[in-house]
Design a protein around this ligand. Sequence first.
Ligand SMILES: [Zn+2]
Length: 431
Amino acid sequence: MKKLAIRATTYLVVALLLVLALRFTPEIPDRRAADVLQQGTPVAVSRVVPAPARTPIVARTEHLGRGETLTALLKRAGISEDAAFDVIRAATASALNTRYLRAGMPVEVKSDSAGETPRELVFHLGIDRLVRLVRSDSGWKGSEERLAWKTDTVAVGGTIHANLYQAMEEQAAAMFPGHAKDELAWALADIFEYKVDMSRDLQGGDRFRALVERDVAPNGATRVHRVLAASFTLSGSETSAFRFESKQSSASYFDANGKSLRAQFLRAPLEFRRISSTFGNRYHPILGRWKAHKGTDYAASPGTPVRAIGDATVVRAGWAGGYGNMLELRHRNGYVTRYGHLRGFAKGIRAGARVEIGQTVAYVGTTGLSTGPHLHFEVLVGGVQRDSRVALRSTSGEPLTAREREAFDHLRAQMLASLDAAPGVVTVAQR
Ligand SMILES: [Zn+2]
């Protein structure tokens, strides 16, 4: 009786184990199963030998440390000192200059299995250049590879809520990641520098649109190639810019009427790219003590270059009470501009000197009655201080000639159609 019970239990356990084994056996390919079944049959069927499963490649990335030798890095990658000599020889033979290796350079290490000597090394010399080294029985062989950048055209646009940097962050960062969105802000500010003071003219609810060619690196890094068209709608009124290669005009951007965006004056004495996004555009230094304060204040780091907003003659460059170090320029048509609280003046800036539009004439400081580094800027017309936003509102620039006008209008129509497209990659018809 007892024997029987033991036997029954044994059968049961064996049966259970079988069930479990079947359940947890990794899936066997059908062919293999068929093969197994055929083994018992007397008919010799050509055996289908399964291809040996390819061992998975183990890949990892090492980075060249600051001051680290290539040999040391290769040792970390699992390559002996003897083999390292062979690797370096092959690498040098194909574009790797061991004297100009940058710290942080990524090196991909691929081997057949963990702990095995690598069979492939990829040195990323730059975002579009690499040297690939492959190990074979005869040693290491290297080859240089160039990776292609891609240029495409994208439409971006949207509502501005605070300032241009924030607008780019909110509306363009997906297409212009990282630093590229700031590059785009700067490019737009440059194009409209005669029309819009990007640090002061934008208000919540304003809108922008842009059609931009961008370069995308193999690793996804993005650069602004050039802006084809853009428009800003500020307080309901639209200012547009279209890139057009004119044979008659040296200007690159023209408004909707085919007139150059260039004008007699720049809208701001500081380049927008010099104004940190952290300053914002709502800076009001407390200058209650200084009653005569009538001007525009630009917060910027000490030493930021100040540019002449138009061709001019220097009237004065020196100390002027509450203004601290002050520069006064006389332009055509009775315009005078003043730049105050300066740290100092650029070389050659003294009374009587001639300066050109955009020329660096001084540097931001905090001299005189000033609570922090900033530029105090004034525009006087006929000896009277005026709101620079009104006084510098530019008149239309030089129009394109009739001969070029047709080509421009054609291009503008294409650009407008693309500007209206939904944000993303667009196809621009070839000219
Ligand atoms: Zn001021």
